[in-house]
Design a protein around this ligand. Sequence first.
Ligand SMILES: [Zn+2]
Length: 314
Amino acid sequence: MYPFADFHCDTLLKVAGGRVDFSRLNKAGHLDLPRLQSAGFVFQCFAAFFEPGAGQEAALRQTLFLLNEAREKILTLPGVRWVKRGADLRTEGEKSLLALLSIEGADFLGNDPFLLELVHSLGVRLITLVWNGRNSLGDGVGVGPGGGGLTDLGIKALKIMENLGIIADVSHLNEKGFWQLAGAARRPFVASHSNAWALCRHPRNLKDEQIKEIGRNRGLIGMNLCPSFIAEKRKDQSLSTLVQHMSHIASLVPVDCLCLGCDLDGIRRLPLKMKDVRDLAPLPGYMEEAGFSAKEIRAVCSANLLRFLAENLE
Ligand SMILES: [Zn+2]
């Protein structure tokens, strides 16, 4: 069995909302600790996401609430090991699920960059700068063609994050912002949950030039299970089509740049024949059929993400 490691889920919202008890097997949601363990997961990143629109104060309050819920109800449970630095990834004999804390959409920040230091001290190690709309750092893909890129504060926030050791995530950022960030970045950045635009023309997917830029920068791209990011027609929204995205990306950049960013519990529908995280089991078989070697399958399913974090967390 190939171990799995995943860069993005929204399960924290379900846990904080009382709909899922992470420590137990639940009927609701896409994953919990028992299901991750039975699916062979060694690592999961948990995003604190708050649908923006109610202003900075509400976003800050809600983000802090979610970070606290994550600490209490996921990250400090028996059977979970909270990763805060690269050394925490040296896992010989480790049986616990390794877990990372991220924030999706920096709406909590407003005009107060010192809050980056605060959330770093609370264990956050990755921030997706924007969600689909606009915030003080920049514009997401949902703003549309007239959108701006990163603001001056967005560039400043990137520099502070790089100094603190918080990884910058460009998923949801519009193209203009992507290229500004790529120009300003001094450390590798990631697209934690985005697929290839060449195969499915969804605005959340990455153009070939963006993929190559992430490759040049030694970053990572996490493959997303969202059906509408995989293919336009339902009949094609399958794990085997997702593997075509992997093959396309691996034709542009080294396979080291690929990982999983499943977006479970953040997406309503799943690919065909999937009900929850346990149904990822056929993925390595599809990758083998597509010509990936056993070493490459292991790299994409877990090793690349673990190596990236070991190298890029302080
Ligand atoms: Zn997202």
